[in-house]
Write a protein that binds this ligand. Structure first.
Ligand SMILES: N[C@@H](CCC(=O)N[C@@H](CS)C(=O)NCC(=O)O)C(=O)O
Length: 343
């Protein structure tokens, strides 16, 4: 085979650091969102703090805020979102089939999902871990005391696999009670049909605060049996949309690093700091390459605030979930959140 004597335009551009000048490939998802004037966001059927509708059908939660952020980025309006509630089993087919634009539904990043389903994780919005909720009256202090327990678990979650792995590794017996609908599963647990409810600790805290008659009657055991990093997911084929979703998450983290909030973002438009100017699109940034305009990050911050604001509003110490930042603090405050450079 003869080698082409001329490097391709893209290779040349890369060689000279000119990639940006070539522009990104147009992605069908942004075009579709703009044409319909609405973002279609897959969420849960109802998990307080993450995605939950109120009695008027208005959705709120940490996952919901990222739907709003993406609508602000693409359409200039955080309320131009149609929410599609999905069970654990419905979520991936809904994304693959194109029923939704993005899946913001407490979905753990695993290699099998990323490699095998035609979908891609983007950036972590919540470093969670799976644990066990038990009635306090059982007197159980550690998951190692759960031999013979009946465990309520939702099918189609990675909780199911972790349940098998954990009890097998610790040579303990258990009886799974598998219920697809979350409301039914939680009813079964609070009615005493299972001794234990296994899920992400955030989901357990949400459930306990919203659905237990008396939240203090239930304890989340100290063990976390896996790492459960939660991410928005997109279809693998649309790299431009994946980048927008990923950099929207990075943008709210970068804003927190720089002290930019929904309340003060307007004053930052006059900042002389080149990092701030690029992030907010005062100086040219990446907006055009994303098929957006340069002010997309400004709109995101104005609409939902920085990561700390999103956390505090939905799951932080002043909410019923009362979660500390923990691993979800910024990297320079003992956590794992770290925004790559907007450059
Ligand atoms: N993060 C885990 C669990 C996600 C999950 O579906 N958790 C259940 C609770 S066990 C849930 O949130 N269900 C909400 C619903 O069905 O609407 C995963 O990605 O598999």
């Amino acid at each position: 085979m003869t080698k082409t004597p001329f490097p391709t335009l893209r290779a040349l551009a890369a060689l000279f650091g000119l990639c940006a000048a070539l522009g990104a490939q147009a992605g069908p998802t942004v075009d579709a969102i703009k044409a319909r004037g609405q973002l279609v966001c897959g969420v849960s059927q109802g998990s307080a703090g993450l995605s939950l509708p109120d009695s008027q059908g208005r959705w709120s939660g940490l996952d919901v805020d990222f739907c709003k952020a993406l609508a602000a980025a693409t359409l200039g309006a955080p309320d131009k979102v149609r929410y599609v509630p999905l069970s654990s089993q419905q979520r991936f087919p809904a994304l693959v089939s194109g029923e939704i634009d993005v899946l913001n539904r407490n979905t753990t990043v695993t290699s099998g999902r990323d490699a095998g389903l035609g979908i891609s994780a983007t950036a972590i919005v919540f470093y969670d871990g799976q644990g066990f909720l038990v009635p306090r009256k059982l007197g159980v202090r550690s998951a190692r005391e759960l031999d013979g327990a009946q465990v309520c678990v939702q099918p189609g979650t990675n909780n199911e696999q972790n349940l098998v792995d954990w009890f097998t590794t610790h040579k303990l017996k258990y009886r799974p009670v598998v219920i697809e609908n979350l409301v039914e599963l939680e009813k079964a647990f609070y009615a005493g049909r299972c001794d234990v409810y296994l899920s992400d600790a955030s989901t357990l805290a949400a459930s306990r605060s919203a659905r237990a008659g008396n939240p203090d009657d239930f304890v989340i055991l100290p063990e976390r049996i896996n790492k459960s990093p939660l991410s928005p997911w997109v279809r693998e084929a649309d790299a431009n949309w994946a980048s927008i979703v990923r950099w929207t998450v990075h943008a709210v983290v970068a804003a927190e690093e720089l002290g930019i909030t929904s309340a003060n973002v307007d004053t930052f438009l006059a900042s002389k700091d080149p990092q701030v100017r690029r992030l907010l699109g005062v100086d040219p940034g990446i907006g055009k390459s994303f098929q957006l305009d340069e002010r997309w990050v400004y709109r995101v911050i104005k609409a939902v605030g920085n990561y700390g604001e999103i956390w505090d509003r939905n799951v932080g110490p002043k909410t019923p979930l009362k979660l500390d930042r923990g691993l979800n603090a910024l990297w320079n405050q003992g956590g794992l959140l770290y925004a790559p450079p907007f450059q």
